[in-house]
Design a protein around this ligand. Sequence first.
Ligand SMILES: NC(=O)c1ccc[n+]([C@@H]2O[C@H](COP(=O)([O-])OP(=O)(O)OC[C@H]3O[C@@H](n4cnc5c(N)ncnc54)[C@H](O)[C@@H]3O)[C@@H](O)[C@H]2O)c1
Length: 332
Amino acid sequence: MKINLNQYDIQIGEDTMDKIDESIRSFYPYKEIFIITDDNVFKLYKDFMIKKLSSFTLHFISIEPFESSKSLKTYERVINQLLDKKIRKNNLIIALGGGVVGDLAGFVAATLFRGVDFIQIPTTLLAMVDSSIGGKTGIDLNQGKNLIGAFKNPVKVFIDPIFLSTLPKVEYKNGLAETLKAGLIGNPKLYEYLKVNDKLTINEIIMAIEVKADIVKKDPFEKNERMFLNFGHTFGHAIERHYDYAIKHGVAISYGMLFSLELGIKSKVTNPLLFDEVKKILLRLELIKEPILDKEQFIGYIQYDKKNYSDGLRFVYLKDVGKPIIQKGVQL
Ligand SMILES: NC(=O)c1ccc[n+]([C@@H]2O[C@H](COP(=O)([O-])OP(=O)(O)OC[C@H]3O[C@@H](n4cnc5c(N)ncnc54)[C@H](O)[C@@H]3O)[C@@H](O)[C@H]2O)c1
């Protein structure tokens, strides 16, 4: 199936990779494709990609499979390798991997020659339901995550759950956290599903993608409702920073969502029962553990967050499932 996102579409389904060669040929007349991936995905899927894209000449560039690759150093190294391999402005880049590869490769595509077309092929659940959609790309600085970046839409996103067959359990759970977030901010049916299930079918993956796609379509540059997608992320990013990224993004935003619910309760926006319910789900999915982390220790890191505007902090609170609001001027 296809989801349209104004300037590009997302192709989703169990046969997506079988049709990818033909699909790319329909809009890309050249032979050379530059695939940016990470060392794990490269090992697992290099031959697969060569087989699936047999009409093209593929050039692979592989980065280390860690958040620390979203750095200026790796950015420069990837650009140098692309230039060494003689990439041209009219060539196509593919980001093949999780969110780390997608964010870095997207930023490379946004900035090299002031813009090269790129495709997202997400291989983690998190990247499928979240990071490959919406055009946010970027890298981290010592002061915090995603501090340098650009909006750069891919020309296409190809989502095939086949990649999930090799994904480690801990990474799958990481994606479940963003799926739960999608349910909480935009799809009560998806939320209900996660109350009792821990394995997604293609239907729930599509539901989560639709939540993100609908929001991004309405507000591509995060002036308004796109901020809803940051539910749990203000604390989430602070937690990741506190642990020097040795904690999974999904785990960090799981605590972040709980802290936002807690703040929402304090401001009389959120029903305390919702906090209990979400906590129960997160414990069952093993995304959080008791005793719950103490949020006070992360507050110091929030000053660099992009959501810290000159008029104070903005947080996403939930009035109910599917009813997020933006709360301005939050004091912690
Ligand atoms: N741009 C956005 O809108 C957006 C949204 C959410 C998150 N993000 C970013 O995404 C990043 C996290 O992404 P992630 O959770 O996908 O992590 P990741 O990219 O680090 O991938 C996690 C691990 O899974 C491995 N892997 C990937 N695909 C695999 C597969 N099919 N089989 C086996 N192993 C596989 C990787 O090698 C890596 O070790 C963070 O940097 C976060 O900031 C961006």
